[in-house]
Write a protein that binds this ligand. Structure first.
Ligand SMILES: C[S@@+](CC[C@H](N)C(=O)[O-])C[C@H]1O[C@@H](n2cnc3c(N)ncnc32)[C@H](O)[C@@H]1O
Length: 370
């Protein structure tokens, strides 16, 4: 791979930046690789489905979005059924989840009419797909959360937080350092490097992980915390709820999870940047702490399997099977298994709900102790 200044590949843009600025953080690398304006992974490609790099739960089955639609309708009803509700999805991909949610919402008297749909999306090509999928609905798009309107709001995010940039910190023999990315000697490959250790870096490490063994790696996502804080403050001020579904950890651990996926297989993170999806486990404990610090209620995380089972995926699958062809019956059973089985997406994926502290515990989540 060459590194001419005019070559617009993601590698050459990164190489140019590193030559100018020095080693970059993992967070800068992720942001450049995933959402750099022209050549970022999400900006022009079609990464979903069997022909793409990965498949997400709404693309596995319509049951996923329908049950989330039912959860939203129930949560809306239990918060007094406001007559106007902003309905925000973060990172809506192909628009499949929102399509399935709105179809289910239409079955609940009065609910669909209250919704003003807002989509937060950075990718022009995915915005086009969303426009096609949601033709007939009145949708407003946003580049980020800062332009969302005031008023009671539901926030839905499936596999959005795992795509947000993380920072990595490593315990070296001399103390905590930040993991960085730089160029090898001939400037043709990206390699990992470490910053010098410092007390400032150590102060960022959660207290219970500070004495982790040499070589331990802690991942933090400042942007995920900022977004959760914005959402929490919005819910506190205006009412509403949030539902985050993602692959993630429910206890803090000092093990790295940054990974690249290409054509449904693991791919070296630094190889051919921009051609593979890059993500990391979502740090649910930090999101819970952020929401609680902002003064709202956090429920879970519970596993995706428990969440969907509690909302009646078995019954929904049974209903769909009754009218399906032989081939559809096999697909429905396999999708139910994929979404809920502990060896598939059932346990790795987790669901966190945030609500206004005056509202009741939402469906599928255990009551909080008094
Ligand atoms: C892994 S896909 C998930 C898509 C969809 N939610 C699903 O479940 O199929 C991540 C989505 O988040 C969007 N995205 C990634 N980073 C973003 C950012 N910083 N701001 C807004 N959207 C972002 C991508 O363009 C894409 O739509």
């Amino acid at each position: 791979m060459t590194t001419t200044q005019d070559d617009p590949t993601v590698f050459n843009q990164l190489a140019k930046r590193i030559k100018l600025e020095g080693a970059i953080t993992i967070a800068d690398f992720m942001a450049d690789v995933l959402i750099a304006p022209k050549h970022g992974y999400y900006m022009s490609g079609e990464p979903f489905g069997a022909a793409g790099d990965f498949i997400t739960a709404p693309e596995v089955s319509q049951m996923f979005g329908e049950l989330i639609g039912v959860w939203c309708a129930d949560t809306w009803y239990n918060m007094g059924g406001p007559t106007e509700l902003n309905f925000v999805e973060l990172g809506p991909g192909r628009g499949t989840l929102m399509t399935d949610i709105l179809r289910a919402a239409g079955m609940v008297p009065g609910f669909l009419q209250t919704l003003q749909v807002h989509l937060v999306e950075v990718s022009p090509s995915l915005k086009k797909k969303q426009k096609q999928a949601l033709a007939g609905f009145n949708i407003t798009w946003h580049q980020d959360l800062t332009t969302l309107p005031e008023g009671p709001t539901f926030f839905i995010a499936n596999e959005f937080f795992d795509a947000l940039p993380i920072k990595q910190f490593e315990r070296s023999p001399d103390g905590w350092c930040e993991r960085l990315i730089t160029l090898n000697e001939d400037g043709k490959e990206l390699i990992f490097a470490l910053s010098p250790p410092s007390k400032a870096i150590e102060s960022l490490i959660p207290k219970n992980l500070c004495s982790a063994a040499e070589g331990a790696v802690v991942e933090l996502s400042p942007i995920a915390s900022t977004i959760t804080d914005m959402i929490s403050r919005h819910i506190l001020d205006h009412g509403g709820a949030a539902l985050f579904i993602d692959y993630g950890r429910d206890v803090p651990t000092a093990t790295p999870s940054l990974q690249a996926i290409k054509a449904h297989k693991k791919h070296p993170v630094l190889k051919e940047p921009g051609t593979a999806d890059i993500s990391a486990l979502v740090d649910f404990p930090t999101l819970v702490t952020t929401a609680l610090n902002a003064g709202i209620a956090a429920h879970g995380p519970i596993t995706q399997g428990d969440f969907l089972q509690s909302l009646g995926i078995e019954q929904r699958a049974e209903m769909l099977r009754k009218t399906g062809t032989d081939e559809q019956v096999v697909d429905i059973t396999s999708a139910e298994h994929r979404l809920t089985d502990p060896n598939e997406m059932g346990t790795l994926f987790k669901v966190l709900a945030l609500t206004h502290p005056d509202h009741p515990t939402p469906a599928a989540f255990p009551e909080r102790p008094e």
